[in-house]
Design a protein around this ligand. Structure first.
Ligand code: PTJ
Length: 253
């Protein structure tokens, strides 16, 4: 039992959810390693939603509201940390939920489907036959015909660079949540939210609610003004660890 007074309470609670999901077979083994990498970036970013992340969340909310067929992709880490929030967001945007795994096994698909249904999902895609996007015969190009395959906008948290690239090339708007602003996923996506998924998804839900009734031109304007590369550049500046210790000098100054 982790005490609420512990200075690392939130981080320890996330670790508990992650290890619990691993014990149940929901998480891939490397899901724990991925979480550790995310944790390190989160630490350096101050474990809070930064200003660039807020901008990306606003753009993502606008894109999801404007989308005709939005789909949220769920993997093991997402199911471990924010299952209820994913179901809530799908409800808010009138979107579908698709299980899409890097380390796919039928057993994990079934376990993740159970978790999502326990949290209120009535329809979960990605459990049956998959198709190859644009005929690309890579396991990274597979998607459900009624879900990601035919979606115009996909939210793919904690994704892999290859997959993000395939989705972009097939003309979809790709929104990712990835704490590593240097990752290929972050660079390849249309909108990268560099924030912890435990904060990003609730913030997306709130922002969708705020913007839902905004005029279409306003939403299109938010999207037009958003520049992913520039936003990542702003985020990377925040990672300058010397600000935590001014005595550390860079030899490349
Ligand atoms: O469940 P599966 O089989 O689909 O596998 C999922 C993982 C995450 C194991 C797989 O997609 C993978 O190996 O991903 P990567 O390439 O390690 O990328 C994961 C990215 O997510 C890394 O850049 C991490 O920094 C980031 N990340 C980890 N935890 C969080 C996070 N980003 C946001 N919130 C987090 N909590």
């Amino acid at each position: 039992m982790i005490s609420r007074d512990h200075p690392r309470y939130h981080s320890l609670m996330q670790r508990e959810k992650i290890t619990d999901a691993w014990r149940k077979g929901i998480l891939a083994d490397s899901g724990m390693i991925a979480h550790g990498r995310g944790e390190a970036f989160d630490y350096l970013l101050g474990e809070e939603t930064t200003e660039p992340a807020r901008k990306a969340i606003k753009a993502a909310a606008a894109a999801l509201i404007l989308a005709e067929n939005p789909v949220i992709s769920v993997n093991g880490n997402t199911a471990a940390l924010v299952p209820a929030e994913v179901v809530e967001l799908a409800g808010e945007i009138g979107g579908k939920i698709e299980i899409n795994l890097f380390h796919r096994t039928e057993k994990r698909v079934k376990l993740i489907e159970e978790v999502l249904r326990e949290h209120g999902a009535s329809e979960v895609l990605g459990t049956g036959k998959l198709m190859h996007i644009d005929g690309i015969m890579s396991p990274r190009a597979t998607a459900s015909p009624d879900g990601i395959y035919s979606a115009d906008t996909v939210l793919v948290p904690l994704e892999d660079g290859d997959r993000t690239e395939i989705l972009r090339k097939s003309g979809k708007t790709v929104i990712t949540v990835d704490l590593n602003p240097l990752s290929r996923t972050s660079r390849m996506a249309s909108i990268s939210i560099t924030d912890n998924i435990v904060r990003a998804v609730p913030a997306l839900i709130d922002t969708v609610r705020e913007l839902r009734d905004a005029p279409r031109e306003e939403l299109e304007g938010i999207l037009r003004k958003f520049d992913n590369t520039e936003n990542l550049r702003e985020t990377i500046k925040l990672l300058d660890i010397r600000r935590y210790n001014p005595e550390i000098e860079s030899s490349q100054e």
